[in-house]
Design a protein. Structure first.
Ligand code: CTP
Ligand code: MG
Length: 239
């Protein structure tokens, strides 16, 4: 059974840069401020290096296709070579949305792949334990598996500033990546909607059976400079 990882790294990282444009001094001094998020500096190297190295080291992953920021396909290959990531078989330019980038990445996956795992480079601290839980769920017969965390806040639906509904917290999960799917199921699903914020929703919309496995708080998505600092403080201190 061959497992492919599609690493979505094509985003611009606008929200990471907003801080830099407000504070001009930091934009000239902070390394990585002028680059896409995948090449922002985390622990002295590109953010992308962290997830790339972890997927390379995973016993569950056979091959990796990276979806790069347009124009950064070559630097991605050089980084992979530098890190000794021999599982990286493709670096392709992404599209205008995450969904479009994932579709491009899935297009690079070999026909004989059994499982495709989609991961955001914006979540650097992917762990072997999460990968094991995801693949385990597929082995139990699910079409897809996603890592999720229970919520500690109460969530309400709001329309025109008025609360219209309070959702049952016990049923809710905040969902992360990597997300793992039976390859044929994901291939069929990615042809749809560009508005989807994750792959699972596309699979669900087609009637696919997706389960939630335990997520990891350290799989935090780097959106702002504060997130980057927080993830950086966790580097090397994982259980
Ligand atoms: N992504 C992508 N292609 C896009 C947009 C996003 O591959 N056109 C990827 C990002 O590289 C990231 C993941 O999808 O790994 C989640 O997106 P997000 O956190 O929103 O990253 P950015 O779009 O880069 O950030 P921003 O929205 O602040 O510009
Ligand atoms: Mg985005």
């Amino acid at each position: 059974m061959s497992v492919w990882a599609v690493l979505a790294a094509a985003g611009r990282g606008e929200r990471l840069r907003v801080v830099d444009s407000v504070d001009e001094q930091s934009s000239t001094t902070r390394p990585g401020a002028d680059r896409p998020k995948a090449f922002a500096q985390l622990g002295g190297r590109p953010l992308l290096a962290e997830s790339l190295e972890r997927l390379e080291a995973s016993a569950w992953i056979d091959s990796i296709a990276v979806v790069a920021p347009p124009g950064w396909e070559e630097p991605v290959i050089l980084l992979a070579e530098e890190l000794g990531c021999g599982k990286v078989v493709a670096s392709v330019a992404g599209g205008d949305s995450r969904a479009a980038s994932v579709r491009i990445g899935v297009g690079e996956v070999a026909d004989d792949a059994a499982v495709i795992l989609v991961h955001d480079a914006a979540r650097p601290l992917v762990s072997e334990r999460v990968l094991e839980r995801l693949i385990g769920a597929l082995n139990e017969g699910w079409d897809g598996a996603v890592p999720g965390l229970a919520l500690s806040d109460t969530v309400k639906r709001v329309r025109d500033e008025a609360v219209v509904e309070t959702l049952p917290r016990g049923e809710l999960r905040a969902v992360q990546t990597p997300q793992a799917f039976v390859a044929a199921v994901l291939r069929a699903a990615v042809s749809g909607g560009d508005e989807a914020t994750d792959c699972s929703s596309l699979v669900e919309a087609r009637g696919g059976r997706v389960t939630v496995v335990e997520g990891d708080p350290r799989l935090l998505k780097v959106t702002t400079a504060d997130d980057l600092a927080l993830v950086e403080s966790w580097l090397g201190s994982e259980p």
